[in-house]
Design a protein around this ligand. Structure first.
Ligand code: CIR
Length: 267
């Protein structure tokens, strides 16, 4: 696979949060996100992506799809290629069709999962050597098999693992910080999912900080997790680590990775 494929990006697609984000899917029965506060958080995130060196293309809000700000879930983007996925939640499956025109406008080669399986982008991690796909309540074996076949045709090796029970997505509990380095929860570190990778563990009680993203020479991490932030800074002195608030996104089980599709586009 390509050197620095896991974090070398020049473009990101984002979707403005809808007012209906207040009705976004969530596991618990905590408070609804506040649309105005969510929007503020989202715009700070867009600013951070730009500072990290990507051109951000903003797509309009989709009121009919409360979770559509989490644009990572309906597609997988790779350098100059992409796959439109089939999100596993009934209320989200239509997000792929809504995204299709914009994705085709940006990326030369776009394939589509035909089904019947399902895959959420949050369950897909692209490292320097492989594409790791977590089976979860949203991503199933049929979806993995169809995706793996497409990826094989493009020269990418895909590996299927188990997303830990009770965890929404693989990348809720882990993040790729360099081609050979991941940040993950102690629970994931103990499994064999990241065998052979250099692992940075989230600090005790800071498991929610695992949903970080590396964009070029910057790592964006959720604010409020000082010990994990320090661990990343110590392990990776070559990167800038920027904490960002994700308090509103967290109310609907979202975080930093889900609010953009990041990719490298040749000129
Ligand atoms: C959902 O349950 O689908 C949204 N409320 C949150 C999606 C988060 N996406 C992600 O981590 N990739």
């Amino acid at each position: 696979m390509t050197d620095r494929i896991s974090h070398r990006f020049n473009t990101a697609l984002v979707r403005e949060p809808a007012q209906s984000i207040a009705h976004g899917l969530r596991d618990g029965d905590g408070p609804d996100p506040d649309p105005a506060a969510f929007s503020e958080e989202f715009h700070a995130y867009v600013g951070a992506l730009r500072r990290a060196g990507v051109t951000v293309k903003r797509l309009p809000a989709l009121e009919a799809f409360p979770d559509s700000v989490f644009i990572e879930d309906p597609a997988l983007c790779l350098p100059d290629t992409a796959v439109l996925l089939r999100p596993g939640a009934q209320s989200r499956i239509g997000e792929a069709a809504e995204l299709e025109p914009a994705l085709r406008g940006q990326i030369a080669t776009v394939r589509k999962l035909a089904g019947p399986g399902h895959v959420d982008g949050g369950d897909i991690m692209v490292t320097g050597s492989e594409v790791i796909v977590g089976l979860s309540a949203r991503t199933d074996r049929e979806g993995f098999d169809e995706l793996a076949e497409i990826l094989r045709g493009w020269g990418y090796a895909a590996r299927c693992v188990e997303t830990p029970p009770g965890v929404l997505h693989l990348k809720t509990a882990s993040a790729v910080l360099a081609d050979d380095t991941v940040l993950c929860t102690p629970q994931m570190a103990e499994s064999d999912v990241f065998e052979g990778y250099r692992i940075i563990e989230t600090a005790p009680g800071e498991e929610a900080s695992a949903n970080a993203i590396r964009v070029n020479d910057t790592v964006l991490v959720s604010a409020g997790y000082p010990e994990t932030t320090q661990r990343i800074r110590e392990a990776m002195p070559e990167v800038i680590v920027e904490p960002l608030s994700t308090a509103q996104a967290a109310r609907v089980d979202g975080g930093l990775s889900c609010m953009s599709l990041r990719f490298f586009q040749s000129e």
